[in-house]
Design a protein around this ligand. Structure first.
Ligand code: ATP
Ligand code: MG
Length: 180
């Protein structure tokens, strides 16, 4: 499994549709300060279901939508698509290529899709959670996060280990069921 392409439309500083292609192996994104490197990483986290505006370096979720510049008006929606090569079947879905898409409208509405069919956020989380990708997986290690691991309480540390072992999903489901 590897990431193939990431397309940003109206996401943060990427007003025009922009596609990044990744080959298997290591990819480096380089550029001057403020050119949008971290925005690319934010887009990856966002399309995989990130719900925390703060994690995305904003105050509210709407801040991911292109806010306009002196020469270009703000946009009404942000959309990010991530295409994953699933030839090895790492994702539990019968497609050798999977595209997940997330859209947010300035009016507040939001949409998720898998291979063009609309779905729930939960479907995306379920699809990604056993593969080592996805929300709360430490796939994206932000600045300051190493600190967090070093300073973790024993309980938090157990959370990291459960997540790595793939049991966090089941514990969360159990907790949810017990709350009902
Ligand atoms: P550095 O090297 O300093 O880490 P970077 O390449 O990571 O820089 P980013 O943080 O990705 O840069 O991009 C910051 C730029 O994105 C800023 O110029 C900011 O104005 C712009 N930006 C962020 N959100 C939006 C938005 N919603 N609409 C338009 N521009 C945005
Ligand atoms: Mg940066």
């Amino acid at each position: 499994m590897h990431l193939k392409t990431l397309t940003l439309r109206g996401f943060k500083s990427f007003a025009s549709a922009t596609t990044l292609s990744f080959e298997p192996g290591v990819t480096c994104v380089v550029g001057p300060n403020g050119s949008g490197k971290s925005n690319v990483v934010d887009a990856l986290a966002w399309v995989m279901g990130e719900q925390g505006a703060k994690t995305l370096r904003g105050g509210k979720m709407e801040d991911v939508i292109f806010a306009g510049t002196s020469g270009r008006p703000p946009l009404g929606r942000a959309e990010v698509s991530l295409t994953i090569d699933n030839a090895d079947g790492a994702l539990p879905i019968e497609y050798s290529e999977v595209t997940i898409t997330r859209t947010l409208f300035r009016s507040g509405g939001s949409e998720y899709a898998i291979n063009g069919s609309s779905c729930r956020l939960l479907d995306i989380q379920d699809l990604l959670s056993d593969s080592g990708l996805g929300r709360e997986m430490h796939v994206i290690v932000g600045q300051g996060q190493l600190d967090q691991v070093l300073r973790a309480t024993p309980e938090e540390r157990r959370g990291f280990i459960e997540e790595a072992a793939g049991v966090l999903k089941h514990r969360k489901r159990k907790e949810k069921a017990l709350r009902k």
